[in-house]
Structure formats: structure tokens, C-alpha cells
Ligand binder design. Structure first.
Ligand code: PXP
Length: 250
């Protein structure tokens, strides 16, 4: 079986975080998106939060005009955000929790307790031709719920694994990684496209790249931190190389 190419989605939220720390227009997240694409990003991810703490409405409109690669619009499951997504018509929408009540105990979208609400949002976005993804915990129950909701894509939350790996909690990290491995295999059995993200760095991206069912990684904070020291194009090139090295072991 041939292993599909692993796409890199670059999340530019934290370019906007730095801009907003001072007010004004700089650094410009759209410039960051164009630079990321020139350096090899396969898509751009931006999260328009309800409090607009980083990306703003006009950033989304400018990104839609400026970028040549797909925009993955991260959004809470609210009427306001569904309205903006339908007006904007991005390539993809990733539904994420913003409030405690929308999260599972571990941090992914509560697709079990919020099943009907998430299903209604998913159906509305799908009807508009937007590819929906649900940001979920790597658990069997969450995947079954995503299937029942009718989501064509899930993004597995890698935060617990990355936190454990970075803090040297080896047993916990191995436990979390095996949950991701099993969830990726289950997604494939259910016919759901599998993405992953949150907290990934060069080491964890390389390792997860070896899971053949995962076709996209979405990475932001680490890349922007690296960009401070080596520049965004170099950070993306090093990430791409780490992903390719991991993929070669799949
Ligand atoms: N995927 C999703 C759904 C996210 O919400 C985020 C941002 O929290 C990311 C990926 C990227 O995470 P990070 O910035 O830690 O790389």
C-alpha cells in the first residue's frame, strides 16, 4: 500500500498575537501566510476566536484574497462563527472548543455531549461545500461520534502527548502516543480522513509522520517560536524535512 503524502498546515495565529501586543498592523499575519506558502506550507490555518484575541475578521478576508493554498478556518461551534464561515466560504473549517463546557475532560471538542449541536453545524457547513474537520481527543468514543455526526475529517488532539513528551514523562508519552496510533487506525477503518495537531515540534512531528493514516499536520506555536531565531522559511524547511524523514519510516 502506498503511503499518502503528509501535508503541512501552518497556523499563523501567533503572528497576530505579536501584532496585537502592540496594536497597529505589524507583523502582518497575511505576510506570514505568504512566506509560509513560499517555504512549502500546503495550507494555512487561522483561528478566529470569539474574543478576537489574535486573528481578526479582516485578517480572514485578506487571507482569502491573498493566498494560493487552502485556508483552514478554525472556529467555535457558534451561530456567529457558522455565519462567518458560510459568508467566507473557506476550503475547510475545523470545529474546535473554546469554552470549558464545549470540551471533553481532555481538551478535544465534546462530540458526545454536544453531538446534536455539532452535527447541525457540520451539516450546514458541508451543505455549503466546506470540508469539515472535528478537533477531537484520540479516543474510540470520539471517533464513533465523529462518524455519527458525518464529519469527513477529524483532527486528533496531540496536546497531551506533546506535553508529556516535552516534559520527559516517558510512560505517559508512550501511553498518549499509542492512543493516537489506535485512533488514526480507527479513523481509516471508519473512512474518516485523519489530521493531527497541537503542540507539535520537530521531534514529535517526525514521530507522528510515521503513522500512515495521518495525512495532515497543523502546526503553529512551535514554528513561530523557531521563526524568531532562524526565520520562518528555515523553520518550515526544517519541519518539512522532519516530517519527510518520519514519513519515510511509515
Ligand atoms: N490544531 C488545532 C485544531 C488548533 O486549535 C491548534 C492551535 O491551538 C493547532 C492545531 C496548532 O497548535 P500549535 O499552535 O500548538 O502548533
Amino acid at each position: 500500500m502506498s503511503v499518502p503524502r503528509l501535508r503541512l498546515g501552518v497556523n499563523i495565529d501567533h503572528i497576530a498575537t505579536v501584532r496585537n501586543a502592540r496594536g497597529g498592523d505589524l507583523p502582518d499575519p497575511v505576510r506570514g501566510a505568504l512566506s509560509a506558502i513560499a517555504a512549502g506550507a500546503d495550507g494555512i490555518t487561522a483561528h478566529l476566536r470569539e474574543d478576537r484575541r489574535h486573528i481578526r475578521d479582516e485578517d480572514i478576508a485578506r487571507l482569502m484574497k491573498a493566498i494560493s493554498k487552502p485556508l483552514n478556518f478554525e472556529m467555535a461551534v457558534t451561530d456567529e462563527m457558522i455565519g462567518i464561515a458560510l459568508d467566507t466560504n473557506p476550503h475547510a473549517a475545523c470545529l474546535v472548543p473554546e469554552k470549558r463546557s464545549e470540551r471533553t475532560t481532555e481538551g478535544g471538542l465534546d462530540v458526545i455531549g454536544g453531538h446534536d449541536h455539532v452535527k447541525a453545524a457540520t451539516s450546514a457547513l458541508k451543505a455549503a461545500g466546506i470540508r469539515v474537520s472535528l478537533f477531537i481527543e484520540p479516543s474510540s468514543a470520539a471517533l464513533e461520534a465523529a462518524k455519527s455526526i458525518g464529519s469527513p475529517v477529524v483532527e486528533l488532539h496531540t496536546g497531551a502527548w506533546c506535553d508529556a513528551a516535552m516534559s520527559g514523562a516517558t510512560d505517559k508519552a508512550e501511553h498518549e502516543f499509542s492512543r493516537i496510533r489506535l485512533a488514526a487506525a480507527q479513523a481509516a477503518r471508519l473512512g474518516i480522513e485523519c489530521h493531527a495537531g497541537h503542540g507539535l515540534d520537530y521531534v514529535t512531528a517526525r514521530r507522528i509522520a510515521a503513522l500512515p493514516q495521518i495525512v495532515e499536520l497543523n502546526i503553529g506555536h512551535f514554528l513561530m517560536g523557531e521563526a524568531l531565531f532562524v526565520g520562518l522559511p528555515q523553520a518550515i524547511a526544517t519541519m518539512r524535512a522532519a516530517m519527510d524523514a518520519g514519513r519515510a519510516e511509515a
